[in-house]
Design a protein around this ligand. Sequence first.
Ligand code: THU
Length: 130
Amino acid sequence: MTEYDSLIAAARRARENAHAPYSNFRVGAALRAKSGRIFGGCNVENATYGLTVCAERVAIFKAISEGERGFDAVAVVTDADSLTPPCGACRQLIWEFCGDVPIVMANLKGKREVLQMRDLFPKPFDSSSF
Ligand code: THU
């Protein structure tokens, strides 16, 4: 039992809803707000491919559109043996709304690793850049 168990469980549940008929790579993400609320998201693919939205961004947009602000952890769950870090676009969005939070990567076999956003996303462009 760790402080991330319920966040990982939420990402796992969200992954069940993945719409990934093109890649067959199902991703679940979960975002923990400082209020304690957890927002899940799954990847939502599209026949045009380019309109696909990653699980992390779906979770962020759900939370932001519900009025939530201030987050303290993000989880990403896949079935890959090599754990899945957020893509570059998602790192930019996570930095915007969450800052230097722990990113908890896990797979269905129970493997997990935690990395800080500052290590995954050094030298960010953000509101302090201009
Ligand atoms: N994907 C995510 O949802 N999150 C990630 O962190 C990596 C990639 C999705 C996008 C696409 O639906 C599938 O994984 C393959 O790239």
